[in-house]
Write a protein that binds this ligand. Structure first.
Ligand SMILES: [Zn+2]
Length: 390
C-alpha cells in the first residue's frame, strides 16, 4: 500500500493521513488560537479521542474547552448555546470535531460569534451572505470523525429551523475551515451501520454533483474519482472497520464529494432533507434509500453520463443499467433498507413533504426539472419500492 498521506491546499489546507490528529495543537497555533473552543456532540465527548485532543492542546499551552450540546440534525439553540459558551469562555477560535452535525454546528458557531443578526438572515439565498460581518468570524480547524458529510471542506452549515421543520443552509464562503485535519484513524471505531450510511452520503454528493447539469468540469472530474473510491472501498470499510486503507480512501471520497457539490446537488438531497427535519432520520441513510429511485427518475437526462461513469468504474455493463445495478447491489451488500417506509415515512408524509422537497435549495441542481407533484410521486416510489424502469 502506498503511503496514504498528503498536505493539500485544495479546497483548503488539508493535513491528510493516519496519525495526523497529533498536529491539532500546531494547527490551532498557526491560526493564532490561544483558547480554542472544541465543538463536538455529546456522544463523542464521552470518547477518549476528545479527552486526548483536549489533553494534547493543554499540554501545548492552549486553554481548550469542550462544548457538546449538539444534537443530530442540529437546531438553532445548539448554535446559540455554542456562541454563549464561546463568549463566556473568551475563546479565540473553534475546533469543529465530529460528524456532520458537530462540524456544521462548530462552523455555524464560528460564523455567529461575530454577528448581531439572527442566523436565518444568513440563509443561502440570493446575496444574503454579504450581510455577514466577516471580521468577527472565528478561525476554524475542522476534524472529521466520519467519512461522508464532507462538511470539513464545505462553505455552509445545515441547521434545522424548528419553526417550520425545514433544513436551512447557512452559507458564507469563509465558513470553509482554514485547516482540516483528516485522520482516518479517528473513524476506526465507527460501527458498520454508520460507516455504510455516511459512506452513501459521500456517494450521493459525488453522484448528484456529477449528474447536475451546470458546467463545472473541475467538480465533475473530482466527482468521478470520488465515486471510484466509494466503488472500490466502501464495502470493505463496512465489512472490516479496521482496514485503514479503506478508511483512508473513504475519508478522501468524503472530502471529494463536498468539494464537488459546489456544482450542485439534486433530488436525492431534496427528498432526504424533509425526512430528517420532520422525522429525524439519518441524513446519509435517507440519501442511500432514495438514491436508486431518483437516479431512475432522472434517467432520460443521464444516458451518456452514466455510460462514462460505468466505463470509469469498469462495471460489467457499461450503461445506465450498469450503474443502477451497482448501486442496488452496493446498498444490499452494506445493509441499506430498500424503501423509505422502513425509515417510518408514510404516504401521508409524502404529501406534506413534497412541497418542502420542492422548496429545498438542492432542487435546482437536479438534471431534470421536478415539480411538487413529481416529488409526491417520487416519495411514493421510495415508499413503495417502485423503480422507474424503461
Ligand atoms: Zn449529504
Amino acid at each position: 500500500m502506498a503511503s496514504l498521506r498528503g498536505n493539500w491546499n485544495y479546497p483548503t489546507a488539508v493535513r491528510f493521513g493516519p496519525g495526523r490528529i497529533a498536529e491539532l495543537p500546531d494547527a490551532c497555533k498557526s491560526l493564532n488560537m490561544k483558547r480554542p473552543l472544541l465543538v463536538t456532540d455529546a456522544a463523542l465527548a464521552k470518547l477518549p479521542m476528545i479527552d486526548n485532543a483536549v489533553a494534547a492542546c493543554k499540554a501545548a499551552g492552549l486553554e481548550c474547552e469542550v462544548f457538546s450540546d449538539v444534537q443530530a440534525n442540529p437546531v438553532e439553540s445548539n448554535v446559540t448555546n455554542g456562541v454563549n459558551a464561546y463568549r463566556s469562555g473568551s475563546h479565540d477560535g473553534v475546533i469543529a470535531f465530529g460528524g456532520g452535525s458537530a462540524l456544521d454546528t462548530g462552523k455555524a458557531v464560528a460564523l455567529m460569534v461575530g454577528q448581531t443578526r439572527p442566523i436565518w438572515d444568513f440563509e443561502d439565498r440570493e446575496d444574503w451572505f454579504t450581510r455577514v460581518n466577516v471580521s468577527g468570524m472565528a478561525p476554524t480547524v475542522a476534524v472529521p470523525t466520519t467519512s461522508g458529510t464532507g462538511s470539513e471542506v464545505g462553505r455552509a452549515s445545515v441547521i434545522t429551523d424548528v419553526r417550520d421543520h425545514t433544513k436551512k443552509i447557512i452559507f458564507h464562503p469563509k465558513m470553509l475551515p482554514s485547516i482540516v485535519i483528516a485522520d482516518p484513524e479517528l473513524t476506526l471505531g465507527l460501527p458498520a451501520k454508520v460507516t455504510a450510511a455516511v459512506g452513501m452520503d459521500a456517494l450521493s454528493h459525488n453522484l448528484e454533483a456529477y449528474c447536475s447539469p451546470s458546467y463545472h468540469p473541475l467538480a465533475e472530474g473530482i466527482a468521478l474519482e470520488g465515486m471510484r473510491l466509494v466503488h472500490d472501498y466502501l464495502a470493505t470499510a463496512v465489512r472490516d472497520g479496521s482496514d485503514i486503507e479503506a478508511r483512508s480512501q473513504m475519508m478522501a471520497a468524503s472530502l471529494m464529494g463536498a468539494t464537488a457539490f459546489q456544482k450542485g446537488l439534486g433530488a436525492m438531497h431534496s427528498l432526504s432533507h424533509p425526512c430528517s427535519a420532520n422525522l429525524n432520520t439519518h441524513h446519509g441513510l435517507t440519501n442511500a434509500v432514495v438514491m436508486p429511485y431518483v437516479l431512475s427518475w432522472n434517467r432520460p437526462a443521464l444516458t451518456a453520463k452514466m455510460q462514462r461513469l460505468a466505463a470509469y468504474l469498469n462495471l460489467p455493463q457499461q450503461s445506465f443499467n450498469g450503474v443502477l445495478d451497482w448501486i442496488l447491489e452496493l446498498r444490499n451488500t452494506i445493509g441499506v433498507p430498500d424503501t423509505l417506509s422502513e425509515l417510518g415515512v408514510t404516504s401521508e408524509h409524502a404529501q406534506a413533504f413534497a412541497q418542502q422537497a420542492f422548496d429545498d435549495p438542492s432542487t435546482g441542481g437536479n438534471p431534470i426539472p421536478v415539480t411538487v407533484a413529481d416529488f409526491a410521486q417520487l416519495y411514493r416510489n421510495c415508499i413503495e419500492g417502485k423503480l422507474n424502469t424503461v
